[in-house]
Design a protein around this ligand. Structure first.
Ligand code: KG4
Ligand code: ZN
Length: 386
């Protein structure tokens, strides 16, 4: 079956078409527009600006994706009643209704079976654009629409492995699995005992790991998003000074708390105090602090994942979310999995940060497990996994 997937939960507008066939996932089209450069000027994501950008970019990305996927279908006129319904659904989304109807009038109904869209968690104004767009397409093309949890997308996209340029195969997951979910909005340890059954066993008490990377980057004068920048500097420092002990030691928050929870806000504040005491910040100091911060954050993430994996007898360790793009975290968790004789599942780096493939993959799994489409659902900024 062919699934059109849409993701607009934060500052990435993404559309993807996958063909799911048993264990096989073929990517027919995959488009992503990152608004990061736009938000970078302001040091973080502004929900209403993200919403406006999604509304502007969805139709062009959809058009490109459909063209790449060559999902031709039958041509048909759009009834006036359908147009009216779409105008109502999209009334708060700027020019999106007009853009969509202009596009729809000159294109055919694609040969696609279902539409999937992220309905949470995320920034509500941003989520709503995707949700109303997906619902409009469902009406326009008379197709079922499936709401998908963004976090489930991050987890399930870790379970596919590339077998061809545009082809993936699902790996068999041995349960129980422990998933470390690390993104800009979440830091959770999730117990996954059976397909699609999740229990959050660890959570952050304040900032998410990605948020900490972004805030520390800001303190160090690095651009948004901070994760990749910190990681780049930390790597440089390790290469230049492999055995050097840091002059700026940072705490490992909650490392001995005994539970599976996290706290990253104190670590960020510790960086702030450290930086305030430095009379003149140099590139060398900046990279040394970036390295120590990355070491501290990763040490806690890996230790708690280790604790959870042992406590629940994990046969598989999964990692997902934007911070899973981090090279050191990937390598340290891979070592942990090896030490515990557990399988290790992590998305390709390009599928670690927000994208629509992960939503298509999650929809394929949900549909294979008999999920029903939903006619009436909302965007839910705080949607949880369990
Ligand atoms: O999953 P994601 O794309 O969006 C959310 O759902 O939040 O995660 C984005 C987060 C940002 O905080 C970003 O700084 C972080 O992932 N990130 C990284 C790296 N690449 C992205 N953090 C650490 N190291 C990286 N290489
Ligand atoms: Zn995400």
């Amino acid at each position: 079956m062919k699934i059109l997937a849409i993701e607009t939960s934060c500052d990435e507008t993404a559309v993807c078409i996958v063909k799911a066939d048993g264990e096989d996932i073929r990517v027919l089209g995959n488009e992503l527009y990152s608004q990061a450069a736009l938000h970078a000027q302001y040091g973080g994501v502004f929900p209403n600006m993200a919403k406006r950008e999604h509304a502007k970019n969805l139709v062009p990305l959809l058009a490109k994706c459909l063209a790449d996927a060559k999902c031709g279908g039958e041509s048909r006129a759009i009834p006036g009643e359908t147009k009216e319904k779409i105008k109502i659904i999209l009334e708060r989304e700027g020019n999106l209704a007009d853009d969509l109807l202009i596009f729809a009038e000159k294109s055919v109904r694609p040969d696609i079976d279902a539409i999937a869209v992220t309905n949470g968690p995320g920034l509500e104004p941003a989520l709503w654009v995707g949700v109303t767009f997906a619902k409009s397409l469902g009406i326009l093309w008379d197709m079922p629409v499936y709401p998908i949890n963004h976090l489930e997308g991050h987890i399930l996209v870790a379970a596919i492995e590339r077998i061809a340029e545009n082809g993936f195969a699902f790996k068999e997951i041995e349960y129980p699995a422990i998933a470390l979910l690390v993104s800009g909005g979440h830091t959770q340890i999730v117990l996954n005992k059976a397909p699609l059954a999740y229990k959050i066993v660890g959570d952050t008490k304040d900032d998410a790991a990605g948020e900490a990377f972004d805030k520390v980057a800001r303190i160090l004068g690095l651009p948004y998003p901070g994760g990749p920048e910190i990681s780049r500097l930390a790597k440089k420092d390790r290469e230049e000074f492999p055995d050097q002990e840091t002059m700026y030691p940072l705490p490992r928050p909650m490392i001995r708390s005994g539970d599976l929870d996290f706290s990253f806000s104190g670590l960020k504040t510790a960086v702030l105090y450290t930086v305030k005491k430095i009379p003149k910040m140099t590139d060398a100091t900046r990279q040394e602090i970036a390295r120590e911060f990355e070491d501290a954050a990763i040490e806690v993430l890996v230790l708690k994942t280790r604790q959870a994996a042992i406590e629940y007898g994990a046969k598989t360790i999964v990692m997902g979310g934007g911070v899973s793009a981090n090279a050191k975290l990937r390598s340290d968790l891979a070592k942990l999995a090896e030490e515990l004789s557990a399988a290790f599942l992590v998305p390709e780096v390009s599928a670690s940060t927000d994208n629509a493939l992960m939503i298509g993959v999650a929809a394929a799994v949900r549909i294979a497990h008999s999920a029903k489409p939903a006619a009436d659902f909302r965007a839910e900024g705080n949607l949880s996994l369990s």
